[in-house]
Design a protein around this ligand. Structure first.
Ligand code: MLC
Ligand code: AMP
Length: 486
């Protein structure tokens, strides 16, 4: 039995995946995945290798990722909008044996070696299952400084987490999950795609997020919706103007929100509109999902539910000493459990910094725990990490990208509260002598080098950056210069 995929073929004709009008059954998906795995083997790809996949929302992308998993090959999902600089870094760091795409044409300029996922060959004999401790995914995630690091996620960690979430949400093969999330992060790929396949339900995959598309899919068949707070914000805006769509979402069995904080006032707004509150859950790429409100439990706005069964969670002080629990105690969340990752690829130094001697991963998130045991996240230890639209962005990587522009002499990047994105990336730039770069030009520069979601939404040209005696930029002072509008 495969440690993560189980026996896909046992579900036979049941619908695994629906996109547009096409439906792929479990038996067909398993056949496609096995054909892909056989093809990889014929090309000399072996268990333990890595294969990069441009993560476009297509059935072939999903079949390739499953086929990689059948063979014991770790998938490195690539954001289709990844900029040149970040792509170079990921390919150099992950050293994938192959780069694949459902349709390689749009990617050939950036990855000339990209090959088409081919699924029409023979399925070959059944493969021995990989070990539970083998890597299923390597997902690149940003830190405060430096380029993104590849988090290695094992089959066992993924299986544990998905089963814990299925328990918390009463998630079964009767569910139809609607999702329009990107397939290159844990939320969309692991929770959305693999979660739906592991429970035996149906995945209704939308090619991109639009409020209209989500409401129509929920109306026609959806029981579950996974989305980030920015998507709920846009759904609320849409549904206020279109009450029939509010009723459609209100009929969902469960609306799930995660990847960023859902503000209490937004939670109240969704409750008013849909007659139900979303279930919140919290996690990180490195640890997968750690906490979740239950489908049959309380949904307290401002909290992300209790730790999942099997996850040890504690609050620690700045010296990483465990804090005695109490109603007013705030500390950094540290966690240990089967869902915590195996380490960063090629970065034992960063892994050792994140995981302490007792095996606890330090999340950087500051939280309290309510008397009922629900985790209440209040902030982050590092101001240089920004969550925008549910994406994590390091201020340092955006600053480094800005500094590569010839018109930029100095740059400082901050996250500013934003009703839609949660946080908006704002850059303060000291131009090179005689230069006056435009905001659009600098945003396009960052989008092309890193990814569009990392681009600054506003650029302020300044004569100098305020610094303390040590030369460190005073980011709070910079952010304070902005008007207090949201
Ligand atoms: C504008 N655009 C530009 C641009 N200016 N593109 C390139 N360069 C420029 N200078 C384009 C964008 O590409 C896009 O085009 C359009 O403008 C709108 O962009 P946007 O407003 O920035 O965002 P949008 O595309 O509308 O996306 C919002 C969103 C997205 C919510 C759909 O942020 C999203 O999918 N978020 C999910 C993030 C996520 O999955 N996080 C999980 C991480 S895992 P076009 O053509 O596309 O319209 C994790 C663990 C856990 O956190 O707990 O889950
Ligand atoms: P990522 O590295 O992209 O996986 O992002 C992980 C981070 O997202 C966490 O460290 C939190 O800061 C944030 N996060 C995820 N889910 C939630 C949530 N439900 N509420 C608040 N923050 C969240």
């Amino acid at each position: 039995m495969h440690p993560l995929l189980g026996d896909l073929a046992a579900r036979r004709g049941r619908p695994a995946l629906r996109m547009d009008d096409a439906t792929v059954s479990y038996a067909e998906l398993e056949r496609l995945a096995r054909a892909h795995a056989a093809r990889l083997r014929a090309e000399g790809v072996a268990p333990g290798d890595r294969v990069a996949v441009w993560a476009t929302p297509h059935a072939a992308t999903i079949a390739a990722i499953l086929g990689n998993a059948l063979l014991g090959v770790a998938t490195v999902p690539l954001n289709p909008a990844l900029g040149d600089g970040e792509l170079r870094h990921v390919l150099a760091d992950a050293a994938p044996r192959l780069v694949l795409a459902a349709d390689p044409a749009p990617f050939l300029a950036r990855t000339p070696q990209a090959a088409r996922v081919t699924l029409d060959g023979p399925a070959g004999p059944p493969l021995p299952p990989p070990a539970p401790s083998d890597l299923f995914l390597v997902v690149y995630t940003s830190g405060t400084t430096g380029p993104p690091k590849g988090a290695g996620i094992t089959h066992a960690a993924a299986a544990f987490d998905l089963d814990a979430l299925a328990g918390a949400w009463g998630w079964t093969h009767d569910d139809v999950l609607v999702h329009a999330l990107p397939l290159f992060h844990v939320h969309g790929l692991l929770l959305g795609v693999l979660g739906s396949l592991r429970t035996g339900g149906t995945l209704r995959l939308l090619p991109r997020f639009t409020p209209e598309g989500v409401c129509a899919a929920m109306e026609s068949e959806g029981t579950l919706l996974f989305a980030v707070p920015t998507m709920y914000h846009r759904l609320a805006e849409h549904c206020e103007a279109t009450p029939a769509d509010a009723a459609r979402l209100g009929r969902a069995r469960l609306l799930v929100s995660g990847s960023a904080a859902l503000p209490v006032r937004e939670n109240e707004r969704l409750h008013r509109l849909f007659g139900q509150r979303p279930v919140e859950r919290y996690g990180l790429t490195e640890t997968l999902i750690l906490c979740a409100a239950r489908h049959d439990g309380p949904r307290t706005p401002g909290t992300v539910g209790p730790p999942l069964p099997g996850v040890a969670l504690r609050l620690v002080d700045e010296q990483r000493r465990p804090l005695a629990p109490g109603p007013d105690v705030l500390g950094e969340i540290a966690v240990k459990g089967p869902c915590v990752f195996g380490g960063y690829l090629n970065r034992p130094d960063a892994t050792a910094e994140a995981v302490d001697a007792a095996g606890y991963f330090h999340t950087g998130d500051i939280a309290g725990i309510t008397a009922a045991g629900e985790v209440r996240i209040v902030g982050r230890r590092a101001t240089d990490l920004i969550k925008t639209g549910g994406y994590k962005v390091g201020a340092g990587e955006v600053e480094a990208a800005l500094l590569e522009h010839p018109s930029v002499r100095e740059a400082a990047v901050v996250g500013v509260p934003d009703d839609d994105l949660g946080e908006r990336i704002v850059a303060f730039v000291v131009p090179s002598p005689g230069a006056a770069p435009g905001a659009d030009e600098l945003a396009a520069h960052v989008a092309g080098l890193l990814a569009p979601h990392k681009r600054p939404r506003a650029v302020h040209l300044v004569e100098a950056l305020p610094r303390n005696a040590m030369g460190k930029v005073l980011k709070k002072e910079l952010a304070g210069r902005l008007p207090p509008t949201r």
